[in-house]
Ligand binder design. Structure first.
Ligand code: G3H
Length: 493
């Protein structure tokens, strides 16, 4: 335990964490807590408060009270504080990395990348915040009007933003939500995913140490079913920015009332391999796209649609790359590039998907052995549309490869999904690449590269059940965190 984080818990083993309101770390008054167990070995990583409604209320009120002052602060002063937070995250990246590994089982290299990528993300968002400008309109452009009115439409903050990041990127999905809101003058209530909460609490402490005024950022922990309804329906919450499942988004939409909603949701991303593709490149990229963090990424490639002419050759190459690259084991050990899935429920679900597919004739090309939460990287072929694995999102290391006649069929199968997050197409023909990219119903299409959200200034959104609004891309997310306020100057003739 390092000294820089002594305020956020009770210094015991395992540490009992506090919640964060008005720049103070407060112990749970009700003594209601949740144990966070590591998916690696079930050991207790720490214990977090299950906040009461009164504690959640204090977080929302604190954010509300702080927001105006924060909005009125000079932009460059806000930007400096945010840069300071990035610098502190950089200094403490190894601590965050180790926590991410322990708390969510992310492999060493990827956990390190998450921490360091967040530093660059925050710095970039801070700079983008400087460039938040509105529009000027002249009435003489509209029929029937003279040069008599000038409208100045400024981008102003929404107010209090409730940020709900997912378990799989507790730091890197939390950071853009926090910084996108803060840099444009909003205040924040952060409700981290329960698994991942400890990594989030450490990041929050670094924001405090960077010098955020009290109440600008608050953080409460607890299960969605206990504190979620209270927060999403709260009349002082102006916007909700959540990454998670479509079901949760649908629930929030029905419950929240009139609030701005931003959602980054699930996907069943298809990667399409055309017969003329560079199959070495395709197999390498698709391996990374499917099996990094054991397939537990919203943008993970969750099915491959490959033209029949090159199916066998591609599968052979993919099998070789995956078996070489993905070594299953304790993710604290650098050499292990595939750790456990997040919980038993996920492991059981993936096993059911596998059994369903095998029962309907799928073949295992690689992997297929499961030991508790530790699942081998698994590739399946002989996939038919009747199988659940063709449509459902496993969020684990299992990849169905589907044979198609041509790219038109691939596009049809891809678009049949209820999701539309990302897709990718591998081909040497620019015309085919364009035709496929154009026809796919997805927020982004990668040409000759794996599906991925980053770099973190690129626009990122999901179509259909995969999202609502621009959930990332510095300029876009900051824009979503504002609304226009128009002042019209009526000019005397
Ligand atoms: O899990 C959802 C993330 O937004 C995916 O991000 O493409 O950087 O892994 P990534």
């Amino acid at each position: 335990m390092t000294t820089i984080f002594t305020e956020i818990h009770n210094l015991q083993k395992p540490p009992v964490y506090k919640y964060f309101v008005g720049n103070q770390w407060l112990p749970s008054a009700s003594d209601k807590h949740i144990e966070i167990h590591s998916p690696i070995d079930n050991s207790i990583v720490g214990i977090v408060p299950s906040v009461t409604k009164e504690e959640a209320e204090s977080a929302v009120e604190s954010a509300k009270n702080a927001q105006k002052g924060w909005e009125e602060m000079l932009v460059h002063e806000r930007v400096e504080i945010i840069h300071k937070a990035a610098a502190l995250i950089k200094e403490n990246a190894d601590i965050l990395r180790d926590l991410i590994i322990l708390e969510i089982g992310k492999p060493f290299g990827e956990a390190e990348e998450e921490a360091l990528r967040t530093v660059d993300l925050i710095d970039y968002y801070a700079e983008e915040g400087r460039r938040l400008v509105g529009d000027v309109w002249d009435s003489s452009a509209f029929p029937g009007y003279k040069k008599s009115k000038i409208a100045i439409a400024r981008k102003v903050p929404l107010g209090v933003v409730l940020c709900i990041p997912p378990f799989n990127y507790p730091v890197n999905e939390g950071a853009p939500k926090i910084v996108g809101a803060l840099v444009s003058g909003n205040s924040v209530v952060l409700k981290p995913s329960t698994q991942g909460a400890i990594s989030s609490l450490h990041m929050v402490e670094l924001f405090r140490q960077a010098g955020l005024p009290p109440g600008v950022l608050n953080c409460v922990t607890g299960k969605g079913e206990d504190v979620g309804d209270f927060l999403i329906t709260h009349h002082l919450i102006d916007a909700i920015n959540m990454t998670g499942s479509y079901e949760t988004a649908e629930y929030i939409t029905k419950k929240a009332g009139v609030k701005k909603l931003l959602f980054g949701l699930s996907g069943k991303d298809a990667s399409i391999v055309i017969a003329d593709a560079d199959l070495d490149l395709a197999s390498d990229e698709i391996a990374k796209g499917s099996f990094s963090y054991g397939g537990q990424r919203c943008t993970g490639i969750k099915r491959v649609l490959v033209e029949e002419k090159v199916h066998d050759e591609f599968v052979d190459k993919l099998k070789k790359v995956v078996s070489k690259k993905y070594k299953l084991g304790d993710p604290r050990i650098k050499e292990n590039t595939l750790g456990p899935v997040i919980d038993d429920k996920t492991a059981i679900y993936i096993k059911e998907l596998l059994d369903d597919a095998l029962g309907l004739g799928a073949k295992i090309v690689l992997g297929g052995r499961f030991d508790g939460r530790y699942l081998e990287a698994t590739i399946l072929t002989n996939i038919s549309k009747r199988m659940k694995i063709a449509w459902e999102e496993p969020f684990g290391p299992i990849l169905p490869v589907i044979k198609v006649k041509d790219w038109q069929e691939a596009v049809l199968v891809s678009n049949e999904s209820e999701y539309g997050l990302q897709s990718s197409v591998f081909t040497r023909n620019i015309d085919t690449a364009w035709a496929v990219a154009n026809a796919l119903e997805a927020g982004s299409v990668q040409i000759n590269g794996k599906d991925a959200r980053g770099p973190d200034h690129f626009p990122f959104t999901g179509f259909k059940h995969s999202g609502l609004g621009m959930v990332q891309g510095a300029k876009y997310l900051i824009g979503e965190m504002t609304r226009y306020k128009t002042v019209v100057m009526n000019i005397k003739p």
